[in-house]
Design a protein around this ligand. Structure first.
Ligand SMILES: [Zn+2]
Length: 278
């Protein structure tokens, strides 16, 4: 198991706020500082959403632009992945920040249920987001909330809607979507190998208490790991995570335990086929 492990830190998300954990970075300044700490701790990808002045999710491109500028300045080389997720806008608003040309963007390729709503990703929007990502030379991270999403990613790869081998992330433990089920996880890994190639990189994310569980499964199985306050605000049932960096450190410890090195940003860019930083 000598592939370095890429750690992605999902710093903010659309849901958690200061009332859930005061360490959740909300303003751009807080986000840049939190990203910097996580970068120093070992994260090589930042997955980011932005919030408005009231702390509500938004897709305002100007806010994303300030965040991208801050991260590029304070975390040189770090891979910037912007969310095109559905909680922060409707329709094509979700891709309004893609002209900023981040290294990566998240791409949902199908619909499913979320805790209190439908996560709606209609085919024409998926096609449009994928086309915009090709236009701006952005590598998608395909969010796999369901097995069908992996097959859709393969179809999009074969028909040229996704350039280069798709990088998929299994998301498990979202209420009303796929639970953190070990058999499903193992089947996901086998499916990646069958659909995208034996050496295709993949990532896994778990929600809430499942975060550390998915981190361990991924590190142990040669995958890459996502952590961060977006998915989980606690270290354990009683303890709030003091920072995004503290959650990154948990993954670094897992890497030590499973004898994986932590990918530098240079290694992460190589594994993902990304060009040199801007
Ligand atoms: Zn997100």
């Amino acid at each position: 198991m000598n592939t370095p492990c890429i750690i992605c830190v999902a710093i903010t998300g659309s849901v958690p706020g200061k009332s859930n954990n005061p360490a959740v970075p909300i303003t751009i300044e807080e986000q840049v500082e939190s990203t910097h700490e996580a970068f120093e701790a070992g994260a090589s990808i930042v997955h980011a959403h932005v919030r408005d002045d009231n702390g509500k999710p938004t897709s305002e491109p100007e806010r994303f632009a300030r965040l991208v500028e801050g991260v590029r300045q304070h975390c040189p080389g770090m891979i910037i992945q912007l969310s095109t997720g559905g909680r922060s806008g409707a329709g094509q608003e979700r891709g309004g920040m893609l002209p900023l040309r981040p290294d990566m963007a998240s791409l949902a390729v199908g619909s499913n249920n979320f805790p209190t709503r439908v996560y709606e990703n209609p085919p024409e929007l998926v096609d449009w987001l994928a086309a915009e990502m090709i236009h701006y030379n952005i590598k998608p991270e395909v969010e796999v909330f369901d097995l069908s999403h992996m097959h859709k990613a393969r179809e999009m790869w074969l028909n040229g809607q996704i350039r280069g081998r798709p990088y998929v992330q299994f998301v498990m433990g979202v209420k009303n979507a796929m639970p953190a089920d070990r058999d499903v996880f193992d089947y996901y890994v086998r499916s990646v190998q069958r659909l995208f190639g034996l050496d295709a990189p993949w990532c896994a994310a778990g929600i809430g208490a499942h975060q550390i569980e998915l981190n361990e499964w991924a590190v142990a199985c040669g995958g890459h790991a996502r952590t961060g306050l977006e998915d989980n605000v606690r270290l354990d049932r009683q303890t709030l995570a003091p920072s995004n960096a503290a959650l990154v450190e948990r993954v670094v410890e897992l890497c030590e335990r499973y004898e994986r090195t932590v990918a530098t940003w240079q290694e992460a860019r190589k594994i993902l086929g990304l060009s040199a930083p801007v």
